[in-house]
Design a binder for this molecule. Structure first.
Ligand SMILES: [Zn+2]
Length: 354
């Protein structure tokens, strides 16, 4: 074990609530957690109209003072601008209400202000819902940065079940990615003596196995489906808290997705790209990639370049540059990555391109 393993501090959410209509109980949860009266709610331009006003009303009726902020993205300069607008206000708690952008913006603002962050997801599309990492754009590298994780997660399955099904299928892609993420982590431990935590790895793997076992239930797109995916996403987020890094949740398949975000003219959803990446990285690891593909097909997630809406060229290009995205994160791609021919063969053999 590396030196860093001797002192290991783990911070976890204090309350996780998943269920139908739980957003109506937010005031009670906030009182239980003694979070304070002054709330800043961060949400998206559509969500404010759909549910935001109602959530604000619920909080105000519960005796809270609420301001809200609409976020349109997570570019660092944009976030700094948002931050300057709220810097001098005395908020007790920052709520991220929405998808990835709202939650990442809230994490950034909460961490910058040194205030607790509460995660209220409206889609089950990625494991940032519970993790202590945020994807911020416009930084040197397109990977995630360490932030404060949520003090509470309130997942209203009634709201989340109304989100487009594509988002739920994308969540499955982000979860199945834990298979290759953990394989890469073990490899880095063996070859580079990197710290490896078996408990965090097992927890992340469990969330991937969960969606494989429940694929047919997920496909129905019901509130039960949402609960299955949401529980797995939260477990994966917790695995990152326990590991103290995104290692258990993010390996070569995530590097491939980050690379696509850079090279593809119109990238697909994060989880969709990670799912396709997992098929190919499982092949490189000599594992059962067909089982990964079968699950993704079963839930209706993309398994090919065509289904991602990305030209074959960019798939190959992304495979060849993925190892450069985050050089300190050792994976099956090694230090020199794949040649163009090897990348093309890989994509072809796994049916990602024809
Ligand atoms: Zn991810």
């Amino acid at each position: 074990m590396g030196k860093e393993a001797h002192i290991h501090v783990i911070k976890l959410p204090r309350k996780i609530v998943i269920g139908k209509g739980v957003s109506k109980q937010i005031p009670q949860y906030f009182k239980d957690l003694e979070l304070g009266k002054n709330v800043l709610l961060i949400t998206g331009p559509n969500l404010i109209k759909l549910y935001g006003k109602e959530i604000i009303q619920i909080l105000e009726n519960g005796g809270f003072n609420v301001d809200y902020l609409i976020t349109k993205g997570t570019n660092i300069n944009y976030l700094k601008d948002l931050l300057s607008r709220v810097q001098n206000e005395k908020y007790d708690v920052i709520v991220g209400f929405g998808g990835g952008k709202s939650i990442d913006t809230a994490k950034y603002i909460a961490t910058s202000l040194g205030r607790p962050f509460v995660s209220v997801p409206t889609a089950a599309s990625h494991d940032g819902i519970a993790s202590p990492f945020a994807s911020i754009k416009g930084l040197e590298r397109p990977t995630s940065i360490k932030v404060e994780g949520p003090v509470a997660i309130i997942a209203d399955t009634e709201i989340i079940a109304k989100a487009p099904y594509r988002l739920l299928a994308s969540g499955v892609g982000d979860l199945i990615a834990k298979f290759t993420a953990v394989l890469d982590w073990r490899l880095a431990h063996k070859l580079k003596n990197e710290y490896y935590g078996d408990y965090a790895a097992s927890l992340a793997l469990l969330s991937a196995k969960h969606v494989i076992n429940y694929a047919s239930i997920i496909r129905r797109g019901t509130e039960e489906s949402v609960r299955v995916v949401m529980e797995a996403l939260i477990s994966s987020g917790i695995a990152m808290h326990i590991a103290g890094s995104s290692r258990p949740a993010s390996g070569s398949e995530h590097l491939f997705s980050h690379a696509l975000d850079i090279v593809a003219p119109k990238p697909a959803l994060h989880g969709e790209q990670c799912g396709v990446g997992t098929i190919m990285m499982a092949y490189l690891h000599g594992k059962n990639w067909r089982k990964i593909r079968k699950t993704l097909r079963e839930v209706g997630a993309p398994t090919t370049a065509k289904e991602l809406g990305i030209d074959d060229y960019y798939i190959i290009k992304a495979l060849t540059i993925a190892h450069k995205i985050r050089p300190e994160r050792y994976t099956i791609l090694g230090e020199s990555g794949l040649t163009w021919e090897a990348a093309e063969n890989l994509a072809r053999k796994t049916g990602v391109i024809d």
